[in-house]
Design a protein around this ligand. Structure first.
Ligand SMILES: NC(=O)c1ccc[n+]([C@@H]2O[C@H](COP(=O)([O-])OP(=O)(O)OC[C@H]3O[C@@H](n4cnc5c(N)ncnc54)[C@H](O)[C@@H]3O)[C@@H](O)[C@H]2O)c1
Length: 331
């Protein structure tokens, strides 16, 4: 049994804790959060220990692995501290808010050959992985274009947004990772257009709510990502891959597939899955399983700090392009 501690008892920490607790090869041994009431509440659900200082768990010889589910600006320090203690680490996205700091951390992790996985959960969504495998096995011939639609149902609280690092590194980061993974090549040029159509007050910390990104790889493959912080009809998550021999399409998922036809309307379906916790429930479970298998030495780490760094680099290029109004080369 792999003994795992969760650091950060917030929205995503709770998901990870639940998935560890139900995994047959792992035990949730402890939860750390400076708000000890949050740590207690989560730890009590699974009979784990609660502490306020994450270093207590990182330095505990009885902990094999840690999940870092804290605010983004704490990831690098916690990741390095845990890796230096020989822990296996699953760290939430993004690696950091600052590209240079993230690059430096990645270099250090490589030097100590640390087993660290970055939590890009969407790669573990069964539909996304089916689509990626179909591209890789040539089902649509040569890949030409990837189109990603990624719209949240509503804004996170302003306090979260203020410290999130901005829409590109907080939200679109998932789509940058998805784009790299599906394209199978690194984008070499990024052009982004960004607007504040919903919340003008985002200007206070230079953020946006509505963005479109276009990227090109060295061989000419193209990717288009469109994101909004608010889609009134729900969490809109779609993927399309177009190639010389066909197209792959992953549409939105719903709680059920019944379509209603009445005098008032036809093709009426159940609403979209509410938000990420519902839409990616299975992905979070499979992501945790992949981490546990890698931590037990059964397979390689599937999503590395390098992947985290490259997604952050694309986010930074997009932010620069949006500010300048010009395409930016990825160096
Ligand atoms: N992969 C995903 O789908 C996904 C979804 C949501 C959030 N995230 C990422 O997860 C991270 C956390 O986001 P969240 O929405 O769960 O935030 P949250 O605010 O709900 O939870 C963060 C928790 O960490 C605690 N905390 C703060 N500093 C800490 C420290 N030094 N040590 C231990 N605990 C500390 C806070 O008290 C809080 O309970 C962010 O980096 C975010 O980008 C990823």
């Amino acid at each position: 049994m792999l003994k795992i501690a969760v650091i950060g008892a917030g929205r995503i920490g709770k998901i990870h804790a639940a998935n560890i607790a139900t995994h047959p090869q792992a035990t949730l041994v402890a939860v750390a959060d400076p708000f000890i009431n949050s740590a207690n509440a989560l730890a009590d659900l699974y009979g784990a220990e609660a502490v306020s200082d994450p270093l207590e768990l990182i330095n505990d010889a009885d902990v094999d692995a840690v999940i870092i589910a804290t605010p983004t600006d704490t990831h690098v320090d916690l990741m390095l501290a845990a890796a230096r203690q020989g822990k296996k680490v699953l760290c939430e996205k993004p690696v950091d808010l600052d590209l240079k700091r993230a690059a430096d951390a990645c270099r250090q992790l490589e030097e100590i050959n640390a087993p660290v996985m970055v939590a890009f959960n969407r790669r573990f969504d069964p539909s996304a992985s089916e689509l990626q495998q179909a591209i890789a096995s040539g089902d649509i011939g040569d890949l030409h274009q990837v189109v990603i639609t990624s719209r949240d149902p509503d804004f996170a609280p302003m306090d979260y947004l203020r410290h999130s690092g901005g829409i590109f590194s907080d939200m679109v980061i998932h789509d940058f990772d998805m784009a790299r993974w599906l394209l199978g090549e690194e984008p070499v040029e990024v052009y982004a257009s960004a607007s504040r159509l919903l919340k003008p007050e985002l200007a206070e910390f230079n953020d946006y709510d509505t963005v479109m990104v276009q990227m090109t790889t060295a061989s000419g493959r193209q990717c288009h990502i469109n994101c909004s912080r608010r889609a009134v009809y729900g969490y809109d998550q779609r993927l399309e891959a177009f190639g010389s021999a066909g197209m792959l399409l992953n549409n939105n998922q719903r709680a059920n597939s019944v379509r209603r036809y009445t005098a008032a309307a036809t093709e009426v379906q159940a609403p979209l899955e509410a938000f990420f916790l519902e839409r990616y429930e299975q992905a979070y479970r499979l992501e945790m399983d992949a981490f546990i298998q890698a931590a037990l030495g059964k397979c390689a780490i599937p999503v590395t700090p390098f992947d985290g760094l490259m997604a952050l680099k694309l986010a930074e290029c997009a932010a620069r392009s949006a500010a300048s109004g010009r395409p930016v080369s990825v160096d």
